[in-house]
Design a binder for this molecule. Structure first.
Ligand code: G3P
Length: 217
């Protein structure tokens, strides 16, 4: 499964990317607002040091303006993926932008039929929001399973980008449900590496190794 980082904080992104395990980056208007930075500047800065997909979201609600905004965003760098909301206008914009060769990430997906429409419109990625469904008392992971089943039956090539990920368990479950990618907040990404038994086992190994008095280098 591909790992994307869900943040517009450049310093955090640089640290994550240095792991060599990051395949993409997603931003949204809330994350841009949180960064306090100029939107186009921060996307350009990210694309300077990271060459995987970088999602940048349009702000308009009507298709013609979304298309115009998407064209501007796509010109920032070749690896910009234009992000549009899953509305009727958003899917009209998706069709036009993807026909023009832009990568499009359709966001705010909450049902499998929405995901089917996004695939028909030519989306490169569909972003189902797991955590926000869980917050409402639904099981967000059911949505990933349903989308996976529909995409496999009809051989849709749109990638399932599990979003609104809140925990390492979400990452595990999204991987098991067949998500192609998951976009993960940096603290959750950092937590993926950790297990107390790894730390304890390493301490024991190091203690025993010190007892041998040997060196490798
Ligand atoms: O990529 C979308 C994601 O950032 C939404 O996450 O935690 O705000 O529901 P959250």
């Amino acid at each position: 499964m591909q790992i994307f980082l869900d943040t517009a904080e450049v310093a955090l992104l640089k640290a994550g990317v240095a792991s060599g395990l990051v395949d993409g980056v997603t931003t949204n208007p809330s994350l841009i607002a949180k960064s306090g930075r100029d939107f186009k500047e921060v996307i350009a800065e990210i694309c300077d040091f990271f060459k995987g997909s970088v999602s940048a979201e349009v702000a308009a609600l009507d298709a013609p303006t979304m298309i115009a905004e998407g064209r501007v965003l796509a010109k920032i760098a070749p690896n910009v993926t234009v992000k549009v909301p899953l509305t009727r206008d958003g899917l009209i914009a998706t069709k036009t932008l993807s026909d023009e060769g832009a990568e499009v990430n359709v966001t705010l997906c909450f049902t499998a039929v929405q995901a089917m429409l996004a695939a028909k419109a030519g989306a490169t990625y569909i972003s189902p929001f797991i955590g926000r469904l869980d917050d409402m008392g639904f099981n967000g992971m059911d949505l990933i399973e349903e989308i996976r089943a529909i995409y496999d039956i009809y051989d849709f090539r749109t990638k399932i980008l599990a979003a609104s990920i809140r925990s390492p368990q979400h990452v595990r479950d999204a991987a098991l449900a067949g998500a192609d990618c998951a976009t993960i907040p940096v603290p959750v990404f950092d937590a993926l590496f950790k297990h107390p038994l790894t730390d304890k086992g390493l301490q024991d190994f190091l203690k025993d190794w010190a007892g041998t008095g040997q060196k490798i280098l």
